[in-house]
Design a protein around this ligand. Sequence first.
Ligand SMILES: [Zn+2]
Ligand SMILES: [Zn+2]
Length: 349
Amino acid sequence: MQAAVFYGPLNLRIEERPTPRVGKGDVLVKVEACAICGTDIRIFHFGHRAITGPQILGHEIAGVIAEKGEGVEGYEVGDRVVVDPIVSCGQCFFCQRGLTNLCLVFKEKTEAFGYYYPGGFAEYVLVPEKAVRRGNLIKFPENLSFEEAAISEPMACALNGELLSRVGLGDRVLVIGAGPVGCMHIALARVLGATKVLVAEIQKARLEEAKRFGADRIINPTEENLKEAVLAETQGIGPDVVIVAASSRKAQEEAIELAAPRGRVNFFGGLPKDDRLVTVDGNTVHYKELFIHGTSGATASHIRTCLELMSTGRIDGRAYISKVIPLEELPKMLEEIQKGPYLKVVVKP
Ligand SMILES: [Zn+2]
Ligand SMILES: [Zn+2]
């Protein structure tokens, strides 16, 4: 099979690899779509601690079951499935609480497709017995395209964040950063009942995109004062929820200042290793009774919900897909993607 194999920073090769052999309990998925994630771009440029040898990247995977091993129940050849990338242990403290994205074993080894296991930038991906049993294969209906199904994973991460921030009816929400996941936050906040969604973004092309997802007001902080604009939109009070969907320490600090009393501030995006110390005015948090928290990954339950939100038309998944490319174009795309006006780019191997 054809696969995109990562050998080290800026070294991704399209190669012929043996199609994985299906053992007892395993499932082989023919990859129909695998979306490029911000993490793939970071790995392509800088590598990843969990990827030590050559590895097939890609963890936003949708496809069709091509073959199933002896003893696999509940799945048939031909089923349309999304692969939940996180392979959790099922036994640790957090797994037993249902928080598989915080699984201690997963966290230690990054036991996920596209990291520990070969990923979806290939014609086939083998889902080992352990993952099949853990429920990593999630079926989806025919009215949903593979491209949309593939983006259920990043959308699930956004949904996890929205739920952790308790976004609900009547909330005023500010999303800082209108990248693909920021734009997913806009749509999800609306579905969850937010009555106003504001978006701040410094890249002009991205601000234009944000309009399509139902933002009530888009703010370019390089052209207007962010705080003034946000206060003007919230009766001088500030947003109930601020989601920082940008890798920016400054944005995190601003979020704390902008949030309304009793507000929730979500450090949704990770920070660069060398710029991750945030200055917080403890008294701001104290007097405003703020809640500050983060979000990391998602569970199969979030993915399932996002598939349903798209298949029922609550959220238009197609609106996020800027481009579909063949596998051969992946190395070039990874070099250029940050310069382009792209939301999600999906590889069709
Ligand atoms: Zn991702
Ligand atoms: Zn676990």
